[in-house]
Design a binder for this molecule. Sequence first.
Ligand SMILES: Cc1cc2nc3c(=O)[nH]c(=O)nc-3n(C[C@H](O)[C@H](O)[C@H](O)COP(=O)(O)OP(=O)(O)OC[C@H]3O[C@@H](n4cnc5c(N)ncnc54)[C@H](O)[C@@H]3O)c2cc1C
Length: 129
Amino acid sequence: MERHCDVAIIGGSAAGLAAALQLVRQRRSVVVVDDGTPRNAPVAHMHGYLGSDGAAPSELTGRGREEVRSYGGEILTGRARTVERYDDGRFRVEVGGGHALVARRVLAATGLADELPDIEGLAESWGAM
Ligand SMILES: Cc1cc2nc3c(=O)[nH]c(=O)nc-3n(C[C@H](O)[C@H](O)[C@H](O)COP(=O)(O)OP(=O)(O)OC[C@H]3O[C@@H](n4cnc5c(N)ncnc54)[C@H](O)[C@@H]3O)c2cc1C
């Protein structure tokens, strides 16, 4: 299935949803594709984020998703696998599961991956220290 939009956003955590919210408010059609692996996945609560101190990370993104949807933005669950540029300047983003997005712009908000040093016990404690 192919969807057409102004902006395809790869990554639907804090950064991707914040970008989506600005864009949908500016009447751009937006599809966010997210595969549900945010950097802070190991933690149950987040701190120091104004207005959401102590909240579960999923609470923040859940609210963000609702806000984006309330302006007509779409959230697609899946992993963006390839990005290809057409001759007319538009982009095609292949998403797993037979979905594709055709967009005027692509915004990558895919976050960072933490590479922990090989120290015994560290990985198990990550997010709980
Ligand atoms: C252990 C730990 C604890 C933390 N605690 C706090 C805290 O208390 N307070 C705080 O403010 N910050 C905290 N942070 C930092 C916070 O997690 C990051 O600042 C925040 O997650 C960055 O958001 P982001 O949207 O840039 O990236 P991410 O949250 O990492 O989101 C990236 C998103 O992109 C998606 N994605 C990636 N590649 C693809 C793809 N190809 N296709 C589709 N989707 C894709 C992922 O599924 C993910 O949802 C913590 C981080 C860690 C590691």
